[in-house]
Every structure is written in structure tokens, then in C-alpha cells.
Design a protein. Structure first.
Length: 437
């Protein structure tokens, strides 16, 4: 079966009964009459594979589930200006819907589709205009009460079952995510080879974008961070417009999106190709923290375990090199390590870079974390960020390091999707020496 039809069937099973109405994303204006590059809604695309704007999926659960697509009509004039459209007939055929209609028919058909159904499922509260549209459909059914029609009495957020489904990647998704990760790993290699003192951060960003696009990626999965020297200590640095200086590090957090799937890689390397003593110490520490974290990514472990594993190594290392004072227990207890490590060690990864899926199970207590299962994809991204301060040895000032890989939980541990991006000190230095030779 088509992966999308299979997902619709699984969702209908989880819904048990009722109707789900799921719209794709709107086109968004950038300025005056120019639009941002179009990106469909992840939930909609997960269930349809359909990439055109102005589309809505209606899924009717029950003994014989039905899926109905509403999409743009064929229109020669618009197609001459904006490009080819499927239109309902071709879309139904190609994507395996039971029915398809033009988007202009949605409001007239919705009351009929939801009448006498026990539940209406949709994305509640994200877009006031869409909420209003669903209420109008409900009220249109209520207006027919004397004709014996009943409106759904329960409204449910469709994201809950969908988030649970999206958390475990099926084989189709795993293949795409591996490809996206490969492209991004190549892009990081390319960026390493192009790095030299005097280059601008945006020149290196251009190398990443070149590799993404030439490999078929539609766009970066998020704004690329290309941060030289002190800029690496700004966690969400996006200006990418400073010159790279001899003796500084360069931190790049960048990943492509491929056919709707994100990759998310961070590597940090010396602008001149050789780590200094202090840079080397902190880099190896972050790498050791990542190794410890990988061992805690396995079925049955809690989501928080790999963060805890990374933090323990980082905190001990910060004590060892003189960035913190006290004992490991004190530093852990008081959270002093947060001065240099203030973010979590990872997140779910999928169609969205910070992907759908809850981190605590719905039926667990407030302190319980979700347990890892095979097929979950997540990032492992410890770091260490050291701003200038009187009590910090000067050799460490402005060192900002993060190492981030994408991994899938397997039957007995995890598999790293992004290992083709060089990571050990020896591998980075020898690749960069090759570029200069
Ligand atoms: N690039 C976003 C993140 O690493 O979470
Ligand atoms: Mn990340
Ligand atoms: Mn990242």
C-alpha cells in the first residue's frame, strides 16, 4: 500500500469514529506581492503526500473509512502563470483518495460530511480563521435539527493521535531521513574544506546551500547558524555576516530538508584547521559527552537519560579544566554547569526540525519521561559555551562548541544517520590539511 494510504488507514483506526478535517498550510506573503517559498503543513503532507496549497483532507473513520481531498481546480489561465496543478481527478487517481472535489466546494460539503457523526477532529486553536470555519460547519448542521440531523457533540484535537504516529518513523520516512542526513553531512564536509581565515561567514553558508540544493533538497530545514569565534556562544545566531578569524573556531548548525524531512547537524572546527590547546580540551570534552549520551539512547531508556548522561560528563570536564569549582555532586545539585551548557541535549526530529511528539507520556506522572522505542529519531547535541568572565581562564574565552548528530533508535541501541560529517579532532584536522595542501 502507498505509505500515505496506509497512514490514513492507521489514523482512521485510532480515531475509531467521526470525521477529521486537516488543512494544508497557507501561502505566506513576504512583502507586497512576493511570497515565501511554499511549504505544506507537515500533518497534511504526512497523510497525503500532496504538496499543493489550498488543499484539505477529510477523513471519515468507521467500518469503511473514506478519504476525501479538496484541492485547487484545473485552471488554464492560472496554470500558465503559476504552474501545473493536479486538479481533483488526477489527484484522486495518483494519491489514492476515495473522492476529490475542488476547494471551492468545501464549505458547502462539510456540513453534509460531519452531520450525524459523533466527533469532529481537527487542529484546534492554531488558526482562528480555521476554528471559525469548523464552527460554521457545525452550526450549519445544527440549523438542520428539525430535519433530524445531529451535529458532532465532541471536538477532538487530531494532533494527539497524529503526534504519536509521527514519533515512530515508518520505513518510507527512515529512507528519506537517511538521505537528508547524508546530504547535510556532505554539506558540512564541503563547508570544512572551504573554511579559511578572512572568509566571511556567509561565504561558508553559501557552500552549505550549494550542496543542499544540488542534491535535490528543497530548502534548509531551519535557518543555518554559521558562527565564527564569539558568535558561537549566541545559541540562535543567524546573521552569518562576520569575517572568520585565524585562531577562532567556527560552529555550523545546518541541515537540509528533503521531501518534507529535516536533518539537523552541528559541527565545530578551527578556522585555520588546527585546534589550539584549550579548544582541543573543550572539544574532546563535548565529544566524550556525546559518546556517553549515545550509550543512553536505546529502547526502554527514558528520553531524559541521554541528557543526564551528557551533563554528567560535561560537568566533570568543566571541573577538570577549571571552568567550575567544587565537587561533581555540588555542581550537579546546584546546576552550575548551566552557565556553560544551558540547553537540552536533543529533541525529536522528523518533518519538523523540533518534531511533533510529546516528551512525557499522557498517562505518566508529571516527572515521568517518555520511554524510547525503535523507530524514534532524535538529535544528540551536547555543547559548551564559554563567555569572557573574570573567573574564567582567558584561553577559554569565546569558545563555543556543539556537536550534533541525528540518530534512530534501533532494537538494541541507536544508529547514527549523520556520521559521514567528520567529527574527531584527527579527522577534522586531516581533512582541513588536505584542503590546504
Ligand atoms: N538547529 C536547531 C536545533 O539544533 O535544535
Ligand atoms: Mn537540534
Ligand atoms: Mn541543530
Amino acid at each position: 500500500m502507498h505509505p500515505y494510504s496506509e497512514r490514513r488507514a492507521r489514523l482512521a483506526e485510532r480515531m475509531v469514529s467521526g470525521v477529521a478535517v486537516i488543512a494544508t498550510a497557507p501561502e505566506r506573503t513576504r512583502n507586497r506581492d512576493t511570497h515565501y517559498g511554499y511549504r505544506y503543513d507537515s500533518y497534511f503532507h504526512y497523510l497525503t503526500g500532496f504538496s499543493e496549497p489550498e488543499s484539505v483532507l477529510v477523513l471519515v473513520a468507521g467500518d469503511t473509512p473514506r478519504s476525501i481531498l479538496f484541492c485547487r481546480e484545473k485552471n488554464l489561465e492560472r496554470e500558465i502563470w503559476d504552474g501545473w496543478r493536479h486538479g481533483p481527478d488526477a489527484a484522486r487517481e495518483k494519491f489514492g483518495f476515495d473522492e476529490a472535489h475542488t476547494i471551492g466546494e468545501l464549505d458547502a460539503k462539510l456540513p453534509e460530511l460531519i452531520a450525524d457523526q459523533p466527533r469532529l477532529h481537527f487542529v484546534i486553536g492554531e488558526d482562528p480563521a480555521w476554528d471559525q470555519r469548523m464552527m460554521s460547519a457545525l452550526n450549519a448542521v445544527r440549523a438542520q435539527v428539525r430535519a433530524g440531523r445531529r451535529a458532532p457533540s465532541e471536538l477532538l484535537d487530531i494532533r494527539q493521535p497524529l503526534d504519536d504516529m509521527r514519533l515512530i518513523k515508518d520505513l518510507h520516512e527512515q529512507t528519506l531521513m537517511r538521505q537528508a542526513a547524508d546530504i547535510s553531512a556532505r554539506a558540512h564536509r564541503r563547508a570544512m574544506l572551504a573554511t579559511r581565515p578572512g572568509a566571511m561567514e556567509y561565504e561558508i553558508e553559501a557552500e552549505l546551500l550549494h550542496e543542499f540544493r544540488r542534491s535535490g533538497s528543497e530548502a534548509p530545514a531551519y535557518g543555518s547558524i554559521v558562527a565564527g569565534g564569539p558568535n558561537a556562544c549566541v545559541l540562535h545566531y543567524v546573521s552569518n555576516d562576520a569575517p572568520l578569524r585565524d585562531g577562532d573556531l567556527l560552529l555550523i548548525d545546518a541541515g537540509c530538508e528533503l521531501h518534507g524531512y529535516a536533518s539537523d547537524i552541528t559541527r565545530t572546527w578551527p578556522v585555520n584547521g588546527r585546534f589550539s590547546g584549550a579548544q582541543r580540551d573543550v572539544y574532546q570534552l563535548v565529544l566524550d559527552a556525546q559518546t556517553a549520551a549515545f550509550s543512553a539512547v536505546k529502547p526502554g531508556a527514558r528520553f531524559i537519560d541521554y541528557h543526564d548522561a551528557a551533563v554528567r560528563v560535561l560537568a566533570q570536564g568543566m571541573l577538570d579544566v577549571g571552568l567550575l569549582k567544587g565537587t561533581l555532586d555540588e555542581v550537579m545539585e546546584k546546576g552550575d554547569y548551566r552557565r556553560h551548557y544551558m540547553h537540552r541535549t536533543g529533541h525529536w526530529l522528523g518533518m519538523d526540525v523540533h518534531d511533533a511528539g510529546e516528551y512525557r507520556p499522557r498517562d505518566g506522572g508529571p516527572t515521568e519521561w517518555r520511554t524510547l522505542e525503535p523507530g524514534m529519531v532524535l538529535t544528540v547535541e551536547p555543547g559548551c559555551y564559554i563567555r569572557p568572565a573574570d573567573d574564567t581562564p582567558e584561553a577559554f574565552w569565546n569558545i563555543g562548541i556543539r556537536i550534533e548528530d541525528d540518530v534512530i533508535v534501533t532494537a538494541d541501541g541507536c544508529d547514527i544517520y549523520t556520521s559521514a560529517a567528520p567529527k574527531t579532532i584527527a579527522d577534522i584536522e586531516s581533512l582541513m590539511a588536505e584542503a590546504r595542501a
